[in-house]
Design a protein around this ligand. Structure first.
Ligand code: BGC
Length: 757
């Protein structure tokens, strides 16, 4: 802990009751000492988290007036608040607690800083498409800086739920469908938020969420139950969380869903046995918003009291907005249903986090209005947002090299419901983004061309009847085509059309599950009308999830997936379409051909009847292909790359070296993400046809080649069995390298190493 003599003096003058303890240098000693002074009520208070009443991110709390909460704050019955933001507000709330409660234990302020605080970065799924951990680290570090400057200590991010179902609106918050990619990128985010030192005014605590299995909600319907077998749990769902614990994520959040019938919040196995014991996690677990209370609706607890008992015994340390612990824990201890030792352990975890954040040293350290003004929205934050946004974009199609826009183009029509939208690019879970503050596509294009090219604009249609909010359902209109005529006339006159279509910013996110993930409203009709009059259409997609775009993929010569790109969207798209930046993004999630294929993901297992056969008796659909529209790992560049000289050698029986040469065979410099996949051909529990085990992003000049090396060790060659034990089986492994999960460049190697069998 950083010691500040001045702080100690100041706190002593203020009568700050923890001041004497500040002299303690040893973290555990400090915590134990403080704990020993606490009454049971005060301990329970540390496990109680409430939302501010002026901003909420979940259903309104059922009980309690403002006065009731105020009293709780003053008497040490609250350990944390969420949704209090800004240096002034956090200072006020902190003072209320520190100056009035007996022990003056500071609050920890949490907030959903998912892809930026006020400078918005692309939604996490978009950032994941960059396959660039350094970039994600950068964006998380800037989000942390801005949040910390606004008095926050803790973000409820990263979400590391590996998701295979684009109907689930929350895939926008994650890193996609692959556990390896999600692991690497989630760790980068944790490191970005937390930096090297949590006790630094520019970093905040991360929260690995949702522990665990939330992305597997059945049929993609949010908050639904999940069906996850043990193999999937251990090999797909848990790995990013394990890595986050190892990377030092200070907190975890559990989940709304049940796993094998047991709510995650009451799951002792994952919370205590795995996370706290096996993985040595010494931070704390916060419940999801009232996930303790929701166990009653699940039918896992008869009332809130029983829910509190189940949750604390299973290892859920802090109760977010459930009011279960504050209402019932004391009685449960007195009734002998909960051992006070468990409460002590939970409280120590919370105090430890506060200690590491330096809050006992100075509870007000983050709440500084001058600092807040200089950090939030600083120009360098926006420069970084532009860089991250353009590197997140994925070029899905580019027939006849329509993009980058050629120098002989004299006029461009910027068309579509999202073409001049300054709000949608900010996406959902937008923290304190200022409404309408994004650079729109039209603005970005105009700024890029000056008066060199004639730019015209027509909206064509609206996406929804209203802009929508975080809380409300969206209404989609299907019939207003009054803007079509102008859009068609505008397209007709131009050399090239940029058509911006996709989703409303609140169409993906929490509570935004959809059965139909094609383009809503009259967008497809608009597309068809435009392309009839001008075939040079580059579709600019803005969305938070994979969408079904078969007809566009068939007819449009160019498609650029830009996700919800954040504050600098328009400039970042302009950088890409005018060739200032050569796109390098690769899909972190499969794009299906139809909803009926979902869940569709690249790392599936073979069946006993993989086919294709001449008869119908093989694993397929009679009305749809098995293959996706665009596979995981796919993305084009303005140049082309070839892969060759694949060399796979044994370093030992449990270590394999892989070498491949990547060459830029096109006429522009560009970056390529070389992806390494393996297949364990025969195993006791069948293994996926392909599993990502490494990737490297390289920059190559025209004609340049680069040798890329990977090393596979036993941690890449094995898998978790149904008991969660790591197993490596001898035998043949296919080793594949290429620019997408559909690569066919392959070598096979035989290994005799075995473990855990
Ligand atoms: C979400 C969490 C979020 C929490 C607090 C919940 O509804 O599931 O991801 O962190 O609200 O806003």
């Amino acid at each position: 802990m950083r010691q500040s003599f001045l702080t100690v003096i100041v706190l002593a003058i203020l009568g700050f009751s923890c001041a004497s303890a500040i002299k303690e240098t040893d973290e555990e000693q400090f915590i134990s000492n403080l704990l020993s002074k606490m009454t049971l009520e005060e301990k329970i208070g540390q496990l109680h988290q409430i939302t501010s009443q002026w901003e909420m991110t979940g259903p309104a709390p059922a009980t309690g007036s403002a006065q009731y909460y105020l009293e709780h704050l003053k008497t040490g019955k609250v350990g944390s608040m969420l949704n209090v933001t800004g240096a002034a507000a956090t200072l006020k709330a902190q003072k209320l607690v520190v100056e009035n409660s007996r022990l003056g234990i500071p609050l920890i302020f949490g907030y959903d800083v998912i892809h930026g605080y006020q400078t918005m970065f692309p939604v996490p799924l978009g950032e994941a498409a960059s396959w660039n951990p350094e970039l994600l680290k950068l964006s998380a570090s800037i989000a942390a800086k801005e949040s910390a400057a606004a008095g926050l200590h803790w973000t409820f991010a990263p979400m590391m739920d590996v998701g295979r179902d684009p109907r689930w609106g929350r895939v926008m918050e994650g890193a996609g469908e692959d556990p390896y990619l999600a692991t690497v990128l989630s760790v980068a985010r944790v490191e970005g938020f937390q930096g090297d030192d949590l006790n630094n005014d520019l970093t905040i605590a991360a929260c690995a969420k949702h522990f665990a299995g939330y992305a597997f909600v059945e049929a993609g319907r949010d908050y639904n139950i999940t069906t996850i077998n043990d193999k999937t749990l251990h090999n797909v769902v848990l790995p990013p969380f394990k890595a986050a614990a190892e990377a030092g994520a200070l907190t975890f959040m559990n989940a709304f869903n049940t796993i094998q019938g047991l709510p995650a919040t009451a799951n002792t196995y994952i919370q205590r046995d795995l996370l706290k014991d096996k993985w040595d996690f010494d931070g704390f677990i916060v419940s999801d918003w009232n996930s303790i209370g929701e166990m009653v609706a699940h039918g896992a607890a008869e009332d809130l009291k029983r829910a509190a008992e189940l949750a604390i015994n299973a290892g859920s340390d802090m109760d977010m907005e459930g009011n279960a612990y504050i209402a019932h824990l004391k009685q449960l201890v007195e009734d002998g249903k909960v051992d006070e030792k468990l409460i002590d352990d939970a409280v120590k975890r919370v105090l430890r986090a506060k200690y590491r954040l330096g809050l006992f040293e100075d509870p007000y350290r983050y709440s500084d209005s001058t600092r807040e003004k200089s950090i939030i929205n600083a120009p360098e934050n926006h420069e970084a947002a532009r860089k991250v946004a353009r590197e997140s974009m994925v070029l899905l199609k580019n027939e006849g090299s329509l993009l980058p826009i050629k120098s002989d183009i004299k006029s461009i029509a910027v068309i579509g419901p999202l073409a001049d939208d300054k709000d949608t690019p900010l996406g959902n879970w937008r923290a304190k983004a200022i409404k309408g503050s994004a650079v729109s596509l039209l603005e970005g294009v105009k700024a890029a061309v000056g008066d060199q090219i004639d730019i015209s604009y027509a909206k064509g249609c609206d996406l929804t009847t209203s802009a929508g909010t975080f809380f409300t359902e969206l209404e989609f209109i299907n019939n207003d085509k009054s803007g079509f005529a102008k859009a068609i006339a505008t397209a007709k006159k131009a050399d090239l059309v940029l058509l911006a279509i996709g989703e409303n910013c609140h169409q993906s996110g929490e509570g935004r599950s959809q059965t139909d993930i094609s383009l809503k409203g009259v967008q497809m009709e608009l597309f068809n009308e435009i392309i009839k009059v001008n075939p040079n259409v580059a579709v600019i997609l803005m969305n938070g999830r994979p969408m079904i775009i078969n007809e566009i993929a068939e007819k449009a010569p160019a498609i650029l997936e830009t996700w919800f790109g954040g504050s600098q969207t328009g400039h970042a798209i302009a950088d890409v379409v005018f060739g200032k930046y050569n796109p390098s993004g690769k899909l972190p999630m499969t794009f299906p051909r139809s909803v009926g294929q979902i869940p569709i993901y690249y790392n599936n297992m073979n069946t006993g009847r993989p086919g294709p056969n001449e008869d119908v008796f093989w694993s397929h659909y009679t009305d749809e292909k098995n293959s996706p529209l665009y596979p995981f790992g796919y993305g084009l560049s303005y140049t082309t790359f070839s892969y060759g000289d694949l060399k796979v050698d044994k370093v030992s029986e449990q270590e394999v070296s892989v070498e491949v040469t990547v060459t830029n065979t096109g006429s522009l410099a560009g970056e390529e993400v070389a992806q390494l996949y393996i297949r364990d051909k025969v195993a006791t529990l069948v293994r996926p046809l392909k599993e990502l085990k490494g990737f490297q992003k390289v920059m190559l000049e025209t004609g340049a080649s680069q040798k890329i090396s990977f090393t596979l060790t036993e941690k890449d060659l094995g898998y978790y069995n149904n008991q969660g034990k790591w197993v490596v089986e001898a035998g043949e492994f296919d080793i594949m390298v290429g620019g997408s999960s559909e690569t066919t460049l392959k070598e096979t190697i035989s290994l005799s190493f075995e473990k855990g069998i």
